[in-house]
Design a binder for this molecule. Structure first.
Ligand code: C5P
Length: 220
């Protein structure tokens, strides 16, 4: 599968800062941005709404196949309901990691993700962007940060939205989600062999963006 437009992939564990960085890099380059995690979160929320059995892979696959999200005005809608806030909760993140372990769900979402590669280019963030969805990408980044830093970043995000944050609980949830993402048989969370790894625990956002743009200049 040859790519017709440039793609940068940014993978890594939950709350490692991938989303913020990927969005900023996309803006700097004038590229599109794919938040692949949102598709798994949407599948999870749709499955919860449909009261699907989370232990039944065929039921979850059917939900993913029927997924028809509408993206309007920076919000996302499912069957006429604005689910922008619902997909961002920690519960939706944990439920997303359960549906994401189902091979049929991943297959159902594959084309949606590939189709996001449109001119002039794409920055894609997720877990398997560099290993499975865009293995031909000329720049792959694998972003990490310590569990404590990631829990703190997620807590600050929640607090910025006016929500309460229990840092210990957040850290436990993130670690549970990462374990499930790393240990699953299909498309586990792992750095591609040719990915550049970046530990952002001690790095300010501007510096991380600069680093990725510098790598892009070298790779493109
Ligand atoms: O990135 P985000 O935290 O929104 O992702 C939610 C969940 O979706 C992850 O924990 C992971 O299980 C799943 N996911 C995935 N593959 C991707 C993106 C997200 O399995 N490319």
């Amino acid at each position: 599968m040859a790519l017709t437009v440039p793609v940068i992939t940014i993978d890594g564990p939950a709350a490692s800062g991938k989303g913020t960085i990927a969005e900023r890099v996309a803006r700097e380059l004038g590229f599109h941005y794919l938040d692949s995690g949102a598709l798994y979160r949407l599948t999870a929320v749709a499955a919860l709404r449909a009261k699907a059995d989370f232990n039944d892979p065929a039921a979850l696959e059917a939900v993913a196949l029927g997924l028809a999200p509408e993206f309007r005005d920076s919000r996302v809608w499912l069957a006429g309901e604005d689910v922008s806030a619902a997909i961002r909760t920690e519960e939706a993140g944990v439920a997303a990691s359960r549906v994401a372990a189902v091979p049929g769900v991943r297959k159902a979402l594959f084309d949606l993700q590939r189709n996001a590669a449109r001119a002039p280019g794409l920055v894609a963030d997720g877990r398997d962007m560099g290993t499975v969805v865009f293995p031909e990408a000329p720049l792959k980044v694998f972003m990490t940060a310590s569990a404590a830093v990631r829990a703190e970043r997620r807590a600050l995000q929640l607090e910025a939205r006016g929500e309460k944050a229990d840092r210990e609980a957040l850290r436990r949830d993130l670690e549970e989600r990462d374990r499930r993402d790393r240990e699953r048989a299909t498309a586990p969370l792992v750095a591609a062999a040719d990915a550049r790894e970046l530990d952002t625990s001690e790095m300010p956002i501007d510096e991380v963006v600069k680093k990725v743009l510098e790598w892009w200049r070298l790779a493109s």
